[in-house]
Design a protein around this ligand. Structure first.
Ligand code: SF4
Length: 77
């Protein structure tokens, strides 16, 4: 499994690049967090952390992903 991740103080949003099929839902639901490269059809993170206000986009992106490639989980403390 090939993954990349970004995080806030409390949570981590992880993208499984092997599952990502690049449907573009991320771009629609969380443009500040994720970008879709139309040449490779692959979603990538455009930031290394998100503010509390961006969390709504992170939650929506994880919920909307048709490939279940995004996972939002609590950080280990
Ligand atoms: S919604 Fe899922 S499959 Fe689509 S670009 Fe985002 S992570 Fe990839």
């Amino acid at each position: 499994m090939t993954t990349v991740s970004i995080s806030s103080e409390r949570e981590v949003l992880e993208l499984d690049l092997d599952r990502c099929a690049g449907y573009g839902n991320c771009v629609l639901s969380a443009p500040e967090l994720l970008d879709l490269d139309m040449t490779t059809n692959l979603a990538t993170f455009v930031t290394e952390s998100w503010s509390e206000g961006d969390r709504t986009g992170a939650v929506a992106a994880a919920a909307d992903c048709p490939a279940a490639a995004l996972r939002l989980y609590a950080r280990e403390v």
